[in-house]
Design a protein around this ligand. Structure first.
Ligand SMILES: O=C(O)C(=O)Cc1ccccc1
Length: 282
């Protein structure tokens, strides 16, 4: 059976996303970093990889954008939206006053910063590779350490939920992308309307180029769902743009718009046309 790589160990939000996307059709393969998931795709060790791309409260996971920019053989073939609900995990009977350090993934710590400053301002924060890694570490240590993670991490690592639902925003969603070497071909024409197209571009350095690009989309009624710039890493002030839009390249208006957009770019790459997750959250 083919494998799907995700940020492990067992009990992460990424595992939840991988399970929800792949069901029982793939073997779950926990990986230690986002970089190693890309590596697994390139070397064919895994067929699919799942990575968080953006969160409704904390925004983009920039490392994942940078990896997409640097690995032009990798495509986006799908997405999954996961509701993120964090708990403070610790040893049974630990009081908040006893907690000296809180371990978690940087996104989880950021998503709970209001809770932490209200109830745990005395504690040190320690960033680790993932929420489940934090849970696994503290399960081996004394009661002065706590982790932020989900229900699965709590049961898997035999930890108590010292406080539940501690994220600052109840409506906390993360959009995960599913990557592969080749994207799945969508056959059903009716699926085009529920598709998303992701692009990477670097644009001609002239006044109004970005405006002109957006105009080509606007003129054809194409909805932009994300635009983000990252340093091109060539010289100061040079950027590449990540654009997500509603629609599929096989739709005439999208095809036409992108043909016009391409003329305004130095580099133009479609990283994927894929089905949007139907869960309405972003
Ligand atoms: O650490 C995890 O569980 C991950 O999968 C990364 C992450 C962390 C916080 C919110 C969403 C994803």
């Amino acid at each position: 059976m083919k494998k799907i790589g995700y940020l492990g160990p067992e009990g992460t939000y990424s595992e939840k996303a991988a399970k929800s996307y792949a069901g029982l059709s793939y073997i779950l393969k926990p990986c230690t970093t986002f970089d190693s998931i890309f590596e697994g795709i390139i070397t064919n060790e895994v067929a699919l990889g799942v990575l968080p791309l953006e969160n409704s409260c904390e925004g983009t996971v920039v490392r994942v954008l940078d990896l997409l920019a640097r690995n032009d053989k990798v495509k986006i073939t799908g997405e999954v939206v996961v509701h993120v609900c964090h708990h403070l995990l610790g040893h049974p009977g630990t009081s908040l006053a006893e907690v000296q350090s809180i371990l978690s993934h940087p996104q989880a710590l950021a998503q709970c910063s209001g809770f932490i400053s209200k109830y745990l301002s005395h504690a040190k924060l320690q960033e680790v590779e993932s929420t489940a890694r934090a849970a696994s570490i503290i399960s081996e240590c004394g009661p002065s350490l706590a982790a932020i993670g989900n229900d699965e991490a709590s049961s898997r690592y035999n930890l108590s939920k010292l406080m539940t639902n501690i994220q600052d925003m109840a409506e906390n969603y993360t959009r995960f992308i599913v990557i592969a070497k080749e994207q799945q071909i969508m056959v059903e024409t009716e699926e085009y309307a529920n598709s998303r197209t992701s692009l990477i571009l670097s644009i001609v350095d002239q006044p109004g180029t970005l405006y002109e690009i957006l105009k080509q989309l606007a003129l054809r009624g194409i909805n932009l769902t994300k635009i983000e710039s990252r340093p091109a890493r060539t010289r100061l002030g040079e950027y590449i743009f990540f654009i997500d839009l509603d629609g599929h390249i096989n739709q005439p208006q999208v095809c036409e718009a992108l043909a016009e957009v391409k003329k305004l770019t130095v580099e133009f790459r479609i990283i994927g046309c894929y089905a949007k997750d139907k869960e309405k959250s972003l």
